[in-house]
Design a protein around this ligand. Structure first.
Ligand SMILES: C[S@@+](CC[C@H](N)C(=O)[O-])C[C@H]1O[C@@H](n2cnc3c(N)ncnc32)[C@H](O)[C@@H]1O
Length: 316
């Protein structure tokens, strides 16, 4: 339960943010980023990210456990109240939550979103059903109908002729990408599992896109590293083993044409990306990559609350 937020009403959010960063900088580590957002990090690693918004100072605290969270909250709130000599500030933190309990989108909104995008056609519908029958629990790895529609739309909007996919499973996202390609377009689809991808092939054939898809059964990094070292990729979709995302991102970005887009799935990891209590290798890799992409001056990036979080990174 190591995450909490407070919105402090004030007409002087920038001023307090500066005071907090400057004063706490004597006892803790403090930074201010290019957006003017301040961060205070205590020795325990517990931190508070401070953002000045119109009429309020937003404080987001995160820590590895409840005790460390309470300490960082106390340090920030106490100093803030002390600095406010001309007004009385109230700092009310939300109850601590575990990142894994967060819903990016309210279930009612979620249901509405799903009902208001172009529905999956019969082949996609049958592929989803076949995947559930054939793979059981693993079927949860498949992209949803709205994410599939987003992929087709992005491919079409880019006029993409060369696409790369890392993580095919039973081929739902591959089908969505392949059918959006421009005339003569190709999709290089990477996976290690011949059994799952065979289900994809059947449905790609039914949809009339099988001849546009080059399926490579091999570790995706090997396949990517064997590609020509020139910017020829229009769009790439990364949806495989999470700890390898940073390596996939780099191999793809160097081969992406300017204006091309990398789409990364599951960037929220069910809310665990936000929560420092989660320390497994894939949590750390995704957390670092999310920070890295946001500051990567080779791309313009936006993170969308689509399903488990989708980042779009467009090469400059
Ligand atoms: C989340 S699923 C992909 C889901 C797919 N995009 C869809 O819409 O159905 C992840 C896939 O990544 C594959 N995978 C895992 N590690 C891999 C690796 N090192 N190289 C290539 N594929 C890998 C798995 O076999 C699995 O099929």
């Amino acid at each position: 339960m190591p995450l909490s937020i407070a919105h402090v009403t004030t007409d002087r959010p920038e001023r307090y943010l500066k005071q907090l960063v400057s004063h706490l900088g004597h006892k803790a580590s403090t930074t201010v980023d290019s957006q003017g957002r301040g961060t205070v990090t205590l020795g325990s690693g517990a931190n508070c990210v401070m953002t000045a918004r119109p009429g309020q100072l937003e404080l987001v605290s995160a820590a590895a456990d409840a005790e460390a969270l309470s300490r960082v909250q106390d340090v920030v709130a106490r100093h803030l109240v002390r600095f406010a000599t001309q007004e009385e500030l109230t700092v009310e933190w939300t109850a601590p939550v575990d990142g894994a309990e967060l819903e990016p989108v309210h279930p009612l909104v979620d249901s509405y979103l799903l009902r208001h995008c172009t529905p999956a056609d019969q082949v996609l519908h049958d592929l989803a059903e076949r995947t559930r029958e054939a793979t059981g629990q693993a079927a949860g790895m498949q992209v949803s109908a709205d994410e599939g529609a987003l992929l087709t739309m992005l491919v079409r909007m880019l006029g993409a002729k060369y696409a790369v996919e890392v993580g095919v499973f039973t081929g739902y996202s591959s089908l969505c990408i392949a059918r959006g390609l421009a005339e003569g377009g190709r999709l290089l689809a990477c996976d290690t599992n011949a059994e799952w991808t065979a289900i994809g092939r059947e449905h790609w054939e039914r949809a009339g896109v099988a001849d546009r898809i080059d399926l490579r059964i091999a570790p995706a990094l090997d396949t990517l590293r064997a590609l020509p070292d020139e910017p020829h990729i229009d769009i790439a979709f990364i949806d495989a083993d999470k700890q390898s995302y940073p390596a996939y991102y780099e191999e793809i970005l160097r081969r992406l044409r300017p204006g091309g887009v990398v789409v990364l799935d599951n960037v929220l990891l069910g809310g665990r990306s936000l929560d420092p209590a989660y320390q497994e290798e894939h949590h750390l890799a995704m957390r670092r990559l999310n920070e890295f992409i946001a500051a990567d001056d080779r791309v313009d990036a936006v993170m969308l609350p689509v399903r488990d979080g989708v980042t779009l990174a467009r090469k400059r």
